[in-house]
Every structure is written in C-alpha cells, then in structure tokens.
Design a protein around this ligand. Structure first.
Ligand SMILES: [Zn+2]
Length: 189
C-alpha cells in the first residue's frame, strides 16, 4: 500500500504543476492500482469517531479499493448522514463519481447495537456486499441478526474476498449507476 500511496501523490502533484501524463508505474504489476473512493461524515457528526474506525477496518482488510476522507466541501462517493430510523445504505460497489448514501440510524444505536459494527456493515453495502441474514456475529454482513450484543466490526474472509473481487479490475467493474440504487435496511431479515 505504501508504494501505491507514493505513486498516487506523485501523480497528483504532477497533474497540478503541468498536467503531464505520468507513465503508469504499476503497468508491470499483475494487479491494477487500487480504486480510490472517498467518504464524507460531516452530516453525521455524532458518529465520526466510529465511522473513522470502521473505515480504518476496511482499509486494513482490503487492497483493491482504498477509502479516503473527502476534503471539506468536496463531493464524496459515500456520504454518511444521521437518521432517526434504522440504518440503511445504498448498495454499491461505489466507484469514483458515484454518490451513495449511508443513513446512520439512531434507532439501532438506541437499542444498543454497536456503532462501529453498524458503520462497517453499512459501508460493506457501499462496497457492494449484500446482507447475509440470518447470520452469526462473526459475519459483518449479518447486521442486526448477529445480535444486539455483537461488537464484531471485522469483515470475515468471504466478505473480504467479495469486496476484493468487486474492485479487482479497477473501474472496469463499475456497474451502471442505476443498477445500484437499492436501499438495504439494518433490520430487514
Ligand atoms: Zn445491511
């Protein structure tokens, strides 16, 4: 990941100074460069700590997509919003230029569901994962069916593999926007 990050910075700075096309330093590698998508948590201020931890979990778990925080005022591929009902999310996988929403539902928080797990689960939807219900706590995408006492916010091996597959070919795998405007709720079974 460090190598890719450094290359990304070089590309950005070169684009800023002169618009040169930087030779693709990853061309000799088997895997294409990671897809980068951004998120905005400014509309969910009471959950920013948990959202930050959830995003860190995903970045530590997958290589083919990298999630960065959008700069203030800049559009993001995924926007977290505070919401009074149950958590919901639009199903991805989100690619650059998309604008998906995650509703951080207070109802589940009030009932005692772990907020980091909620944020990581809903972001799993942003990365294209469906619900796996009913399921055990070990499964992130089992959501509410993992139980109110479940604090696991880590995707399991199958969930990680599915996200890696969704982004394996870079933007070539991007679905048409209208194909992923499905909203999935936390409490649905
Ligand atoms: Zn869900």
């Amino acid at each position: 990941m460090l190598k890719r990050t450094v290359i990304g910075l070089v590309a950005v700075s070169s684009a800023l100074v002169g618009g040169f096309v930087v030779p693709n330093a990853m061309a000799d590698d088997v895997a294409p460069a990671a897809v980068t998508i951004s998120y905005d948590d400014s509309l969910a201020p009471e959950y920013t700590n948990e959202i930050t931890q959830a995003i860190q979990i995903w970045n530590d778990s997958v290589n083919n997509v990298e999630i960065v925080k959008a700069q203030s005022g800049q559009p993001a591929e995924v926007t977290f919003e505070s919401f009074d009902g149950w958590p919901q999310a639009e199903l991805g996988p989100m690619f650059p230029g998309d604008n998906g929403t995650i509703w951080m539902g207070k109802q589940a928080v009030d009932e005692g569901y772990n907020v980091i797990r909620i944020a990581a689960h809903e972001f799993g939807h942003s990365l294209g994962l469906p619900d796996v219900k009913p399921g055990p706590c070990e499964s992130l995408m089992s959501g509410s069916t993992g139980g109110v006492d479940c604090t696991n916010a880590q995707p399991n091996a199958e969930e990680i593999a599915e996200v890696e597959a969704n982004y394996a070919n870079g933007a070539a795998n991007a679905p048409k926007k209208e194909q992923h405007r499905v909203i999935i709720g936390w409490q649905d079974s």
